[in-house]
Each structure stands twice: as structure tokens, then as C-alpha cells.
Design a protein around this ligand. Structure first.
Ligand SMILES: Nc1ncnc2c1ncn2[C@@H]1O[C@H](COP(=O)(O)OP(=O)(O)OP(=O)(O)O)[C@@H](O)[C@H]1O
Length: 238
């Protein structure tokens, strides 16, 4: 279980996360949605111990982020990742999997085949397209076999077939593991509607309606509502 208590983070005077309290269960897919700059990545960076909170506590299965065992519990798929361009995909995945005790190399072979990456794993990462870089990362994340996967906008930019395949993989592995996805993508929300949280004003608000009702919920935000009225007025008078 991921437990977050009284978490706060500000950059200079800009409060991004504000006394956030929440828990995530050990299995299933949770989706975090929210406006640009609302703090989703900042939250993931604190959960993954890349960023230190100003206040609060994070516990993953009872472990503190500073504990060495904490890091081996999760795999993080960031939205903008640096890949070592001088390695082949095969060298890279082999290196990544060597860092995780429960890694499954057979699983990796199967995943790369499924994602049409078997041949291109022998090419240098610098020659990979955006989608290929994402696919090799996803294959590594799943084959690393950690208890938790945290992913920031990982399905964006993938072709539709791949999105469907990755969603199917996530649906299967989330029966015994936890996946937390940050996403703006309606298709992802439709696919995993069980636990949607909205990042707003530094807090995570659980959303209990249908994916369709989520759009209505987001439109209720005062600033957005005013801006939508502005769009309406602008085009009706011009
Ligand atoms: N290192 C930093 N220094 C200063 N401000 C930062 C830093 N990192 C993030 N911020 C600010 O914190 C706010 C939240 O950023 P964050 O990247 O967490 O948003 P997000 O919800 O992930 O946005 P998006 O949907 O656009 O990816 C933004 O206003 C951003 O400018």
C-alpha cells in the first residue's frame, strides 16, 4: 500500500502540493488526471524519491523512501526520459533488469516480440523513434516485475494498436500489482475507470462518477468555466 500523509511542496512561493493525504491499494490501476502544471509530476517525483517534500510522509508497504528496499519496490516510467543513446535496446534492457531482483528475462523476450521490438532491440537507442523508446521502456518496466509501476503520460504518442496492447498488459498485471498512471488521455480513463483521482489545488480528489461525468466535473472548475464562457462570447461577437 502507498500511504501519503500531509505532503506539501512549493517552488519558491508557488505551492504545488498542499497537505495532500491519500492512500493507494496494493493492486489495480489508479489514474491521476489534472490540468497542466497542477502538480502530477511533482507528486510522482516525491513518491519516487527524486524530489524531497517540504512536509509530510510517504510510505510504500511501510517503507520510507530513504530505505534502500523502497527503490526496488517500484519502476518509474517518466514522461520525458533520458535513454543512453550509445546502447542498443538489448543492452539497455539487460542493464535495467539487472537492477531488479525479481526481473523476468523470458517475460522481456515475449514483451519485445509482442511490441514488435525483437529486431530493433539490436539497434542503437539513438536510432529509435519516440514510440520505440516508449515501447522499450514499457517492456523493461513490466519485465522488471516490481510490485508497483508509476507511469507519467506513458501512453501518449503511441499508436492505437500499441495503446490497446499496453492497456491489456496493464489490466492483466494489475490483478496482482499496482499501477499508477498519470494521464490526460480519455481512452486511458475509459479503460481504467475504477480509481480516478483529480489533482486540483495541491490535493488529490477521488472521482466516483463515470468517465463521461469526469468531463462535466472538470468543467465545474471555476477558472475553466469562466474561460469556456470567454470562448463562447468571443466567437459569438466576432
Ligand atoms: N523544479 C521546479 N522548479 C520550479 N517550479 C517547478 C519545478 N518543477 C515543477 N515546477 C512547477 O510546479 C508546477 C507543477 O508542475 P508539474 O510538472 O508537477 O505539473 P503537471 O501536473 O505534471 O503538469 P503537466 O500536465 O503539464 O505535465 C508547475 O507550475 C511547474 O512550473
Amino acid at each position: 500500500m502507498l500511504e501519503i500523509q500531509n505532503l506539501s511542496k512549493k517552488f519558491k512561493d508557488h505551492k504545488v502540493i498542499d497537505m495532500l493525504n491519500t492512500t493507494f491499494s496494493e493492486i489495480g490501476v489508479s489514474v491521476i488526471v489534472g490540468g497542466n502544471g497542477s502538480g502530477k509530476t511533482t507528486l510522482l517525483h516525491m513518491i519516487t524519491h527524486l524530489l524531497k517534500p517540504d512536509t509530510g510522509q510517504i510510505l510504500l508497504d511501510g517503507l520510507q523512501p530513504s530505505n534502500i528496499a523502497y527503490k526496488s519496490k517500484f519502476f518509474y516510467l517518466p514522461s520525458d526520459f533520458y535513454l543512453p543513446h550509445y546502447m542498443t535496446g538489448k543492452e539497455y534492457t539487460k542493464f535495467v533488469l539487472s537492477r531488479y531482483a525479481a526481473s523476468n528475462y523470458d517475460h522481456l523476450v515475449w514483451l519485445l516480440e509482442l511490441l514488435d521490438m525483437t529486431t530493433s532491440q539490436n539497434k542503437m537507442l539513438e536510432s529509435y523513434s519516440f514510440g520505440m523508446k516508449k515501447k522499450i521502456q514499457i517492456a523493461a518496466a513490466v519485465a522488471a516485475n516490481t510490485d508497483y509501476i508509476f507511469a507519467d503520460e506513458i501512453l501518449g504518442g503511441l499508436d492505437f494498436d500499441t495503446v490497446l496492447l499496453v492497456q491489456a498488459i496493464f489490466a492483466k498485471i494489475s490483478q496482482r500489482k499496482k499501477i499508477i498512471l498519470v494521464s490526460h488521455d480519455q481512452n486511458t480513463i475509459d479503460c481504467f475507470p475504477e480509481d480516478i483521482r483529480v489533482m486540483r489545488q495541491g490535493k488529490l480528489i477521488p472521482f466516483t462518477g463515470s468517465p463521461y461525468e469526469l468531463t462535466t466535473f472538470i468543467k465545474q472548475d471555476g477558472v475553466l468555466r469562466d474561460k469556456l464562457c470567454d470562448v463562447e462570447k468571443y466567437f459569438s461577437t466576432s
